[in-house]
Design a protein around this ligand. Structure first.
Ligand SMILES: Nc1nc2c(ncn2[C@@H]2O[C@H](COP(=O)(O)OP(=O)(O)OP(=O)(O)O)[C@@H](O)[C@H]2O)c(=O)[nH]1
Ligand SMILES: C[C@H](OP(=O)(O)O)C(=O)O
Length: 206
């Protein structure tokens, strides 16, 4: 099974601009990518990065500068079965990747909090993606349209994608890889606000 990891290094994680500078966002996104690639490799599979620009990584890289949906559908046009695992999932574990890839359904979807699709495995040649704006529901419809059976994977490790400041607390709480280490080195810490774990930018970030 080919596993593709979409990655756009140009201006990553723009929704974190209030806490991280552009250079910090690039470094943090690269650390998250490393965590995702490590988890996939630990399952015995070799990932391919689907990037918008050339990358200096010891990994197969396919460059396609079209928007995300078109680039991933380009992959699905050429490759079935195929899996797509986003690069902003720093909590992902090899066990979670195995569960995604071992599921029998024609289409397996790992939803993100907020209705996105953090990872998927497509065994049906007719399935195509349509990312953003609550893509999980669109992908359920897309699978139904082509008559593919669907499995929704219940995985905390795949559900946490890093979009906003609150997501950084999850990385500090549960992450064990480069992204969590990068945040700690940058001075970010957990603090309790109104009884919940939040991320403190007192010593880190902007
Ligand atoms: N190949 C490719 N990957 C993309 C593209 N846009 C986003 N990605 C990747 O897709 C995943 C999900 O991205 P998003 O959450 O939509 O965007 P982001 O850059 O992480 O964050 P924001 O700028 O805050 O939206 C991340 O791994 C991105 O690197 C694109 O146009 N092409
Ligand atoms: C890639 C996209 O991410 P979001 O815009 O939901 O963070 C999606 O999962 O559809």
């Amino acid at each position: 099974m080919d596993v593709f990891v979409p990655f756009d290094p140009r201006d990553p994680n723009s929704r974190l601009s209030s806490v991280l500078s552009a250079d910090q966002r690039r470094a943090f996104a690269a650390a998250m990518l490393t965590d995702v690639l490590d988890a996939i490799r630990a399952t015995g599979r070799e990932p391919t990065i689907l990037s918008t620009a050339d990358l200096d990584r010891s990994c197969a890289v396919v460059v396609d500068d079209r928007p995300l949906t078109e680039a991933v559908n380009g992959v699905l046009d050429a490759t079935t079965p195929a899996a797509v695992v986003m690069a902003d999932l720093p909590l992902v574990t090899p066990e979670a990747v195995d569960r995604l890839l071992d599921a029998d359904a024609a289409v397996t979807l790992a939803p993100g909090l907020g209705g996105g699709t953090n990872a998927l495995c497509a065994r049906h040649p007719g399935f195509r993606v349509d990312y953003h704006d609550g893509s999980y529901r669109k992908h359920l419809a897309s699978a139904e349209e082509c008559g593919a059976s669907v499995h929704t994977l219940d995985s905390f490790r795949l559900a946490v994608d890093v979009d906003e400041r609150a997501d950084l607390a999850e990385v500090l709480l549960h992450g064990e890889g480069e992204a969590a280490a990068w945040l700690r080195d940058a001075g970010f810490e957990i603090e309790i606000t109104d009884g919940r774990c939040t991320v403190s930018t007192a010593a880190g970030g902007r």
